[in-house]
Ligand binder design. Sequence first.
Ligand code: DGT
Ligand code: MG
Ligand code: MG
Ligand code: MG
Ligand code: MG
Length: 259
Amino acid sequence: MAKSKYEYVKKFERNDSLLPNTWLVIRVDGRGFHKFSDKHGFVKPNDQKALELMNKCAENVMNDFHDIVLAYGQSDEYSFVLKKECSLYDRRETKIVSTTVSLFTSNYVFNWNKYFPDKELLYPPSFDGRVVQYPDDNNLRDYLSWRQTDCHINNLYNTCFWALVHSGKTETEAENVLRGTVSSEKNELLYSQFNINYNKLPEMYRKGSVIIRQEAEINTINQKGIDVTRKKNIVTVSHEDIIRDEFWKKNNSKLGLKF
Ligand code: DGT
Ligand code: MG
Ligand code: MG
Ligand code: MG
Ligand code: MG
């Protein structure tokens, strides 16, 4: 086809190819979820259903984008790790980030009613997205450790904060009690004042959610109508510790890592 005289406008597009042979980490994060969680009456500090909805969105993103080898989520955020050799959209940054964010967001809205059948979605939620490139395996692992540590620090603080508030303290008083305290003091406060053993709280709250593909045996019917068992990689959510070696030793070969 002959080119139109308008064709030249394409030359204004920027080349935004990401570096080859680097891990790509896309992080999506709820926009203004402080307000969103308040308006929708999320349980404080952790709303089981809201977190399960986030996990569902991430599972569906992974089922659509096969280059994602691992996802980690906590609070209103999810990180997706794309394998080094990923050639999705010729590694064009805006394509990769924008499709991930929009697929995550549409899933959030699409699945809302399944998780909150009695709660109307009051306004359309949105998520932001970014991509970070990690050439080095250790940096990738440290990135994931950073997010899981963030989950732990925030959850310990928030658990104390809301226990204090629910016991009658004002938010300012609760902040004053917690100011300058270290982890062990927060654990002690929960135990002595509220009889809460922090380590017994649900793992999803303390550690966030990790999604990888696990081999599973699936029973299906083949084209001849015969029952057969097939091995299939299924995206699986767990709440494991991804800071310690154990997780990596177990999953290294699957993920193409060597820790
Ligand atoms: P942003 O990301 O800069 O647009 O602003 P926010 O408001 O989304 O702030 P962010 O992402 O730093 O913090 C997440 C907020 O979402 C935080 O205020 C707590 C809230 N949130 C996340 N998960 C839950 C939950 O399960 N229950 C409740 N009540 N709140 C949650
Ligand atoms: Mg923020
Ligand atoms: Mg947010
Ligand atoms: Mg956040
Ligand atoms: Mg098109």
